[in-house]
Design a protein around this ligand. Sequence first.
Ligand code: GDP
Ligand code: MN
Length: 386
Amino acid sequence: MKIHEYQAVELFRGAGIPVAGGSVAADLAAAQKIASETGYPIVLKAQVLIGGRGKAGGVKLVKNEKELRKIFPAILALRIKDYAVERILVVRALDIKKEFYAAVTVDPAAGDVVVIASAAGGVDIEEVARHTPEKIHKYYMGGAREVEVGRFADFIRKVFADAPLQTAAAGVLRKLVELFFRHDCSLAEINPLVVDAAGNLIAADAKITFDDNALYRQPEIQKLLDAKYEDPDELEAKQKNLSFVKLDGDVGCIVNGAGLAMATLDVIKLLGGNPANFLDVGGSSNPEKVLNALKIILRNKNVKSVLINIFGGITRCDDIAKGILEAKRQMDIPVPLVVRLTGTNEKEAKEMLADAQLKMFSTMREAVMEAVKLASEADVKTKKKR
Ligand code: GDP
Ligand code: MN
């Protein structure tokens, strides 16, 4: 989950990381009030959760009230990659002497949390990493949640020039590490981390993303969600207790168990198809879940066939069959359903579904082959129509 810069700035403030004065405004009057408190010049920053907002005209320096009256509405009227600008961060402009990069993130390959810093800040850090990787310095946490003082000081010295700056930077980065762990972040980034004319170190930008799997224990963070930037199908699936991830293929999948669901995606790929989603209905038996899953999957117009792959253990095949029959009663299902049911109460399930005009299989391979074939035939047909 991502949050807006103004929300991240508030978390920085709370963590004791120095930020520029100011706050967020949704209209000109609010912006004028903030500016009267900070004084000019100010910087206006469009609050959209996508990269490249600067290039799109979403970050502007404003020298006086007259400019504010012109520039604020102009930014508010922008659409950046299809997203309307609803709020603008109004901050006191910094007199920037130097820009650094600082971040704490997860390095999945290393299985560790890493602190990253560079004296080449303010610019696209991926570009720096590509062309001049020697300018990027890393400190691995080594599984710890707090830095080791000596090793951390060595790391800081590689990036920050003089002693007062090193002290300030070590303080800021240590707080960033604390914030990262406290809120189960996957990224906490400051780009640029600025040295101003008075020699103060200040976070001039704030970007935080959170580990979705830990959100259940971060109620304060959950409240910061901007649903506009979430996939509506994935949101609904979450509310219905389904593990669902949208993919870009045409074979919809309903599977029980995350492992079997992953294996199903693999087999679809191996047999020449493309899955439209990952979906795990979970271990418990509940006809309602099949109904909800079908509703969500069929909203995706790319879906040309739906594969229901159930290996009944705790999940009872007859409960799944009930869900399928209920779905057929309640909604118009415009694509073929391919069903593979095996395990607990398989016989009962097959009897229940005997008259339902479904493609029934006992092995995963046969079922996947059929679902892939039906999807590709449907694709050929739609292409001919066009
Ligand atoms: P981003 O492009 O979306 O990451 O937005 P940033 O908040 O990082 O701002 C982009 C750039 O604008 C920074 O790297 C700075 O060079 C510049 N900038 C941002 N805030 C200020 C400020 O207060 N004063 C000055 N002079 N420049 C700023
Ligand atoms: Mn930035």
